[in-house]
Design a protein around this ligand. Structure first.
Ligand SMILES: Nc1nc2c(ncn2[C@@H]2O[C@H](COP(=O)(O)OP(=O)(O)OP(=O)(O)O)[C@@H](O)[C@H]2O)c(=O)[nH]1
Ligand SMILES: [Mg+2]
Length: 468
């Protein structure tokens, strides 16, 4: 499969930093390194052993004979020889100082000496084309880069280790076995195939269908882990929405005052709540105004309410429900979103009729807090976690679909299995059933990249950054 050319890219973010890395991969990586690297002991990179690290300088040789080469940067160079490298090709990594000038100059020197600028994700693509990882694992690399919490990182690592690929391959293998049986039964009479009955086909198809459906339904958990959720804090003026936002963030992000209508614009922050990346939105409490800025704030609050995954409705324990509260409760009921009722200011004397609110929110969880004293915030976080996972929190070996591509293929595969089951029920001939089984086998192969088109591959890797 091996590509003929050698690719190069800056693999760290461009900017000022301690270390920047220029990575080369391909047949001439070591030869290019020979031309631009001067080691302390005078040895050439093409003589270095694999997995060794060397101190030296990147130099630009002068075109004028006998003139000394110009030092570009002081670097550490690592050699990883084929096939034990990220791409399975000869890889050279140059650790230089991270600054635009040294990185660009070293990159230029590699290009002048015969390397080609890598396309986005091309290093990982080569790892796939050279058979080190499958497509699911390549996509997991992207998920690791984008992981926002420990849990989403765990999920991506499980995929990279191949747990998800193993599951898909097991399902695919079961289908291949019955497909082989079906093909054989086209040529032989069923009596000849002792022990293998039509019933087996039913059973296997139903089992496979169940496993695929389980993966499809688990995809929402995977999506939550990767993308997180949006939780919108709403409630009437002065109930303590901004105070709650600050209590969860553990910093004074939103402005808090005793004046109702303090928050005019929506404020958004991402916070890690029990392993879930939650985008917390503090909204304006006012519901009715002629003021232009406040009007825009209200409009934005409505939009957020519509797009929320979870609503935290804040009510004030120290006063009776008022018209503003009832307006907001009505809006929330109309929106039919998952809602937690947060009763704030419980450090003050009770005036709120909680039973009255329970009539509106009979099935919703209630949490009592005092945002001012940071009381009850942890129980609220536990409630948020319970609501998100609905009692099915992902365990350590959790595997899940990690993007729309994988989900679409699983759905397609599931539909083919449905058709196969229908055909089997209708007692259609084996070759009729096997058409659908074959389609499903091919779809599952697309997930791992066993059968995948060039176009699909390009699309997957185009989402990577250059240098990965
Ligand atoms: N006693 C007590 N006061 C609180 C509590 N939480 C907030 N407050 C006070 O209530 C007032 C309003 O708090 P904010 O957090 O600004 O309320 P808000 O809902 O964001 O108000 P708007 O942005 O105006 O809609 C401030 O004076 C807070 O100090 C609490 O738990 N106990
Ligand atoms: Mg506020």
């Amino acid at each position: 499969m091996g590509a003929d050319d050698t690719i190069v890219a800056v693999s760290t973010p461009i900017g000022e930093g301690g270390i920047g890395i220029v990575r080369l991969s391909g047949k001439t990586s070591l030869k290019i390194a020979d031309k631009i690297f001067l080691s302390k002991d005078g040895k050439r990179p093409s003589k270095f052993k694999t997995y060794t690290v060397h101190y030296g300088h990147i130099v630009e040789k002068s075109k004028v004979k006998r003139q000394k080469a110009k030092v570009i940067d002081e670097v550490i160079l690592t050699v990883m020889r084929s096939p034990r490298s990220y791409t399975k090709e000869d890889v050279v990594e140059i650790n230089c100082h991270s600054g635009i000038a040294p990185l660009k100059k070293i990159l230029d020197l590699c290009l002048i000496n015969g390397a080609r600028l890598a396309e986005p994700g091309e290093f990982t693509k080569r790892a796939f084309l050279n058979g080190r990882i499958d497509v699911l694992q390549a996509e997991a690399v992207l998920d690791i880069i984008k992981a926002k919490t420990d849990l989403s990182l765990r999920l991506a690592l499980n995929n990279l280790e191949g747990l998800f690929s193993k599951k898909i391959n097991e399902i695919r293998e079961k289908l291949i076995q019955i497909f082989a049986y079906m093909e054989a039964s086209i040529d032989f009479s069923e009596e000849d195939l002792r022990g293998l009955k039509r019933d087996n086909i039913f059973k296997t198809l139903a089992g496979v269908k169940h496993e695929i459906e389980k993966l499809i339904s688990g995809s929402s958990q995977g999506r939550i882990l990767r993308q997180g959720i949006k939780a919108v804090i709403c409630g009437s003026p002065n109930v303590g929405k901004s105070s709650l936002m600050n209590a969860i963030l553990k910093e004074s992000r939103s402005i808090v005052t005793h004046i109702p209508g303090t928050t005019r614009d929506t404020i958004e922050e991402v916070v890690n709540i029990k392993g879930i990346a939650v985008t917390l939105v503090d909204t304006a409490g006012i519901t009715d105004t002629d003021h232009l800025v406040e009007k825009e704030g209200i409009r934005r609050s409505h939009v957020y309410l519509k797009n929320a995954d979870l609503i935290l409705l804040v009510l004030d324990w120290s006063r009776e429900l008022n018209k503003d509260d009832l307006d907001i409760i009505k809006q929330i009921k109309d929106n039919k979103k998952e809602t937690i009722v947060v009763i704030n200011k419980t450090d003050l004397k009770k005036k709120l009729n909680v039973n009255k609110i329970k009539r509106f929110f009979a099935k919703n969880p209630f949490v009592h807090i005092s945002a001012l004293n940071m009381k009850g915030v942890d129980s609220l976080e536990n409630r948020i976690r319970d609501m998100v996972w609905k009692g099915k929190a992902p365990g350590p070996g959790f595997i899940s679909v990690s993007n729309e591509r994988q989900l679409d293929i699983l759905k397609r595969s599931s539909l083919d299995i449905d058709e196969a089951i229908k055909a089997a029920r209708a007692k259609l001939s084996m070759d009729c059933i096997s058409v659908y089984v074959k389609a499903s086998i091919e779809s599952l192969g697309e997930i791992t990249g066993y059968t995948i088109t060039e176009k699909a591959l390009d699309k997957i890797f185009s989402e990577f950054c250059i240098g990965k």
